[in-house]
Design a protein around this ligand. Structure first.
Ligand SMILES: NC(=O)c1ccc[n+]([C@@H]2O[C@H](COP(=O)([O-])OP(=O)(O)OC[C@H]3O[C@@H](n4cnc5c(N)ncnc54)[C@H](OP(=O)(O)O)[C@@H]3O)[C@@H](O)[C@H]2O)c1
Length: 360
């Protein structure tokens, strides 16, 4: 039996779902893969619990309950405050360890780099470490002990298909097109069905599809980061500033409260209505598309043929179409639920298993 020590940084919605999945899979992974995954440390933004011999089922359940109740791990009886995730990797790391980054923070990069330097493996669902400078991306991804499936398309196997199938088969990628935001998918398919921009933004917010400030989604930066990760995975040495990102609201609406913004979205309705009508007149519909071709990447609202994979996409699903030498006229298409804590946790767990099995 191979025992794999896990150090997990982050216990938000995704982090808690990862712990629950690891616990639920324990028996099956033992007989199927000969793997015993055991947590030696859990961290949130301030606190940590550490047990070199492995946190028990009871310890993990108490940590999950504390986080669900909004408490910090630092307030648990066995918890203490940490000075940074790298410090915990330093003390809790051990041969064969896997560090899991399920934060939304830039700071986790130090912990990831330390883990790889020590010879451990690492997994992230967090786009930020991969969208800092290109040299950091290469240091993380180039060592062969780092996986990041959940950063694009959550549990949909986008990165594995690109990195381990298309690139590994020496196929040439000519173009990638994708919709990587459930929120913007909801919005564009709603516009197509005749809804107004302002009412769709409000509805998306009420349904919990947007961040508390919907400008965080409508600005397009999250999709821009995913496009950058794909571009860099292709080996294109781009920086974030080189990815063209179209915002769905004008700069004048960037300041002010969320309520002010929601009020002001009504002024954009007529413009979106005429863009939708213009597309429809050409047999097209609008989608918020990430496009990669010829070494450059852009994300924005684009007309796409109604009878295309992107045109047929409805609701909050994500979709990616790879156009390569082999998949020229008929692209390789992956589609599915691209968000949600469970789907994201599934992508993270599959990465953990892949890395653990490679360590043999
Ligand atoms: N939710 C999705 O559908 C989805 C899909 C794909 C990818 N992702 C990515 O998955 C990641 C996690 O998402 P989430 O929804 O779980 O986020 P979240 O609810 O905001 O949770 C983030 C967790 O990270 C912890 N944290 C923040 N900074 C930290 C630091 N410097 N050191 C240690 N821990 C730190 C937070 O601690 P506290 O608890 O103390 O605040 C919290 O537990 C994000 O990067 C997100 O973009 C999410």
């Amino acid at each position: 039996m191979q025992t794999v020590p896990l150090i997990q940084v982050g216990l938000g919605g995704v982090g808690r779902a990862v712990v629950e999945r690891v616990l639920a899979a324990a028996d099956e992974f033992e007989w199927r893969y000969g793997l015993r995954l055991h947590y030696v440390a859990l961290l949130d933004s301030r606190g940590a619990i550490v047990a070199p011999e492995g946190l028990t089922y009871g310890d993990l359940q108490r940590a999950l309950a504390a986080k669900s109740a909004g408490q910090s791990l630092a307030t648990m009886a066995e918890g203490y405050r940490h000075e940074g995730a790298a410090d915990i990797v330093d003390v809790a790391g051990t041969t064969g360890a896997i560090v899991i980054d399920v934060t939304a923070s830039d700071d986790s990069v130090d912990a990831l780099l330390l883990a790889l330097e020590r010879g451990y493996a690492a997994v992230t669902a967090n786009k930020r470490p991969l969208t800092q400078d290109y040299a950091t991306f290469r240091r993380l991804v180039g060592c062969g002990r780092f996986r990041y499936e959940a950063t694009v398309g959550a549990g949909v196997p986008v990165i594995a298909s690109l990195a381990e199938n298309i690139i590994a088969s020496h196929d040439t990628v000519h173009r990638i097109e994708g919709c990587f935001s459930g929120t913007l998918g909801f919005l564009t398919t709603g516009l197509q069905a005749g809804g107004s921009f302002s009412s769709l933004v409000r509805e998306a917010r009420v349904r919990g599809y947007t961040e508390p400030d919907p400008r965080d989604d409508l600005g397009g930066m999250d999709v821009g980061r995913k496009a950058l990760i794909l571009a860099r995975t292709l080996g294109w040495p781009l920086d974030m500033a080189q990815v063209q990102v179209e915002s769905l609201f004008p700069p004048a609406l960037a300041a002010g409260s969320v309520d002010d913004f929601l009020q002001a979205t009504g002024t954009l309705d007529a413009d979106y209505q005429s863009r939708v009508a213009g597309a429809r007149a050409q047999g097209q519909t609008l989608r918020y598309v990430a496009s990669l071709a010829g070494g450059s990447a852009q994300v924005g609202l684009q007309p796409v043929p109604l009878d295309s994979p992107l045109g047929r996409l409805q609701g909050t699903d994500n979709l990616i179409a790879f156009y390569t030498d082999i998949y020229q006229t008929s692209p390789l298409v992956l589609q599915g639920r691209g968000a949600g804590a469970n789907g994201t946790a599934a992508g993270v767990l599959a990465d953990i298993v892949a890395l653990a099995r490679r360590q043999r």
